[in-house]
Design a protein around this ligand. Structure first.
Ligand SMILES: [Zn+2]
Length: 668
């Protein structure tokens, strides 16, 4: 009797795909050729369609210049499967699709690992009327166009929820390793692809960080995207080993790894991207390179978003180098017979392997911490100082012991680059990390009232209308659309419940969340007009709860799983600029660019709110990371920034008002 054929194995965990680790031009230097081909291990998608089109992304290879659709790759074709995907090819569009898919899915996996939750795309449709100012719409797939433009540009489009990659002829001069006149495809550069998809993911987590309300906001988007792109290069053991072999284990030598990384980072895309390099590496008169020495005055003086973004990248990589030195000192001492100075010539392959493992480990931890810090960031008005606080808090939460020395490295590097939060009493971990609201000396009664309200909404005994079931379902579900819908329901419940509480509570409960439902009076001494200013926002008791997401987190110290809830609150008020020195100015400049907006020109948008983290085991509030809507100092800074920006038309920041903010930021 014939036996039915049994499947030999379960379905694979990963799909292995060949791809470039660096820009294709990198292969043209012989000593680096081998390390440029790597195998991306992408989470297995059972339902992957040709395109590829999977759960998160859909690659649409339409080329508007030639008006044609290129043939789609089918990654489930047996020949393609058996051979780890198509071989590397600059000329085959199907390989381009494979490369983009591999990089984008790898980055998404990094974010999901760090955040312990699925990435969900959504689009904010601005209704701008009454209570429903926006509708948050689920978008199943990010669309990716590998050959969308005949331009030296690539960008993320928030309105289309798409990534658009250009291609172009390389310049006629020999520049770097590019052959003059040959076609360069931005979609083949892992740096550029990683950078663009990071913009999209960051926007899905924090849609209001795209608003250009202070000098650091756009810079943060750019810098953060570069940090993720640079760190993801340390994923591949063979690449890191090759580089460390060439540089003899030194991240700082004249032929150094980081220098090399930075120098050819987006070599093909010149212009704006050069700003990044200039903060990491400088070329000396003899042609060698060295890491740039930190200069704390730059954070105070530099205005251009790319250059400021470069400062953030430099601070993170400074921390990287400090950690690498600290963690490899013993290995170098062992290998050098105690002197700490290695002999001339190639270093031992065993040492290369160990050093590479350390470098990868550090890169991995840094990347996880950089991503997790997003959960400890305020929803609006972020500055680099806030981000440093978020980094430190994220690290304390996840690695309470700091055996690695990670947060001290971050502390030192940010200080040496002059990036410190305002009004800090002393520069220490205890001072920098966000405090629980009880330790802030805040209104105790309000916090207790809030905790009571949350207990009422979420606790099993008193919870009603399926709140508890919805929360359990979110924790169980693997379907992104279901999670999105359930989370929207929870947001609505929290909103309605608190709205009721705010209405009856005399202690102005909303104030502990950075909001205010009464008339707000602002007053400050203006620097530009040298007069005392008094401004008013009329009572507007409207707020949004735009995220409400339960999560399970693991603490590395005790190994326990914790259930927390992250809720984001936002309020917008309109500041009346009439009879103030600002009136005339904003009237004129605003009229030229706010065509569709029916709001009177003298009304200036101002937002406040908070990210709240609740411990679900006892309904205690762990953190309220807040931007106070009643803060005169913050309003003053925001107005001054808007004035500076509008008076300088060439400032690329102004382009954020456009439909395609990132297109404008990236082009040069
Ligand atoms: Zn960018």
């Amino acid at each position: 009797m014939e036996k039915p054929i049994e499947k030999l194995t379960d379905k694979p965990v990963f799909r292995k795909l060949r791809g470039y680790a660096f820009d294709p031009s990198f292969s043209s230097t012989v000593d680096k050729r081998q390390s440029n081909e790597v195998i991306y291990k992408v989470r297995w998608e059972e339902e992957l369609k040709p395109g590829p089109s999977g759960e998160y992304i859909e690659i649409v290879d339409y080329d508007p210049t030639t008006e044609c659709f290129y043939e789609q790759i089918d990654l489930n074709d047996p020949y393609v499967l058996a051979d780890n995907g198509l071989p590397l090819s600059e000329g085959d569009p199907r390989f381009h699709q494979q490369q983009v898919y591999a990089v984008v899915m790898s980055i998404i996996a990094q974010f999901e690992k760090a955040l312990s939750r699925k990435i969900i795309w959504s689009r904010i449709v601005d209704k701008n009327m009454g209570n429903t100012e926006f509708v948050n719409q689920f978008v199943p797939k990010l669309r990716i166009y590998p050959h969308a433009l005949r331009q030296q540009n690539a960008y993320y489009s928030p309105s289309k929820l798409a990534l658009l990659f250009g291609y172009f002829q390389a310049s006629e001069q020999w520049e770097g390793n590019n052959v003059p006149g040959s076609a360069i495809f931005t979609c083949l550069s892992p740096d550029i692809v990683a950078h663009e998809v990071t913009h999209a993911i960051l926007d899905s987590l924090h849609p209001y960080l795209r608003k250009d309300t202070n000098r650091d906001m756009l810079a943060f988007h750019e810098g953060f995207a570069d940090i993720i792109a640079l760190l993801q290069r340390f994923t591949f053991q063979n690449v890191v080993e090759d580089q460390l072999r060439i540089s003899r284990g030194d991240l700082m030598s004249s032929h150094n790894f980081l220098g090399d990384l930075a120098l050819q980072f987006g070599q093909a895309i010149s212009g704006n991207r050069r700003a990044l390099r200039s903060f990491l590496v400088e070329t000396l008169p003899d042609g060698s390179t060295q890491l740039v020495k930190p200069d704390p005055t730059k954070y105070r003086d530099i205005k251009d978003p790319h250059e400021r973004g470069g400062l953030l990248v430099a601070a993170i990589f400074d921390a990287f180098v400090r950690l690498y030195r600290f963690k490899t000192f013993d290995l170098i001492r062992l290998a050098s017979g105690g002197t700490g100075i290695l002999e001339k010539g190639e270093i031992h392959p065993d040492l290369v392997r160990r050093l590479a493992a350390e470098a990868r480990g550090i890169a991995d931890k840094l990347m996880l911490t950089c991503i997790r810090a997003l959960d400890y960031s305020p929803p609006v008005g972020l500055n680099f100082g806030d981000y440093l606080r978020a980094l430190i808090t994220a690290d304390v939460e996840h690695n309470p012991e700091d055996e690695e020395g990670l947060r001290f490295a971050l502390l030192e590097s940010f200080r040496s680059w002059g990036i410190v939060p305002d009004d800090l009493v002393s520069y220490s971990v205890a001072q920098l990390m966000w405090k629980p609201p009880s330790a802030n000396g805040g209104p105790k009664r309000a916090i207790e009232a809030l905790e009571k309200a949350f207990k009422y909404i979420f606790d099993t005994e008193s919870a009603h209308l399926g709140v508890m079931e919805h929360m359990e379902k979110i924790l169980r579900s693997n379907t992104r659309e279901e999670i999105f819908m359930l989370s929207g329901f929870l947001s609505a419940r929290v909103h309605d419940m608190l709205m009721g509480k705010f209405a009856i509570n005399e202690s102005q409960l909303e104030r502990s969340l950075g909001m205010c439902f009464d008339d707000i009076n602002y007053s400050f001494q203006d620097e530009t007009f040298k007069v005392p200013i008094k401004l008013k926002a009329h009572r507007r008791p409207v707020f949004q709860v735009y995220k409400c997401r339960p999560l399970i987190r693991y603490n590395s110290r005790d190994g326990y799983a914790y259930k927390i809830l992250i809720i984001t609150f936002l309020q917008k008020v309109y500041i009346d600029l009439r009879k103030s020195p600002y009136e005339e100015f904003f009237n004129e400049s605003a009229s030229s660019r706010r065509g569709a907006d029916q709001k009177p020109k003298y009304m200036f948008d101002f937002r406040g709110g908070a990210t709240l983290i609740l411990d679900l085991s006892d309904f205690k509030i762990k953190y309220i990371i807040m931007k106070d809507i009643t803060s005169s100092a913050r309003l003053q800074k925001h107005l001054k920034y808007a004035l500076d920006r509008d008076s300088n038309e060439s400032n690329s920041a102004l382009l954020m008002q456009n439909e395609e903010p990132f297109a404008a930021l990236h082009i040069h």
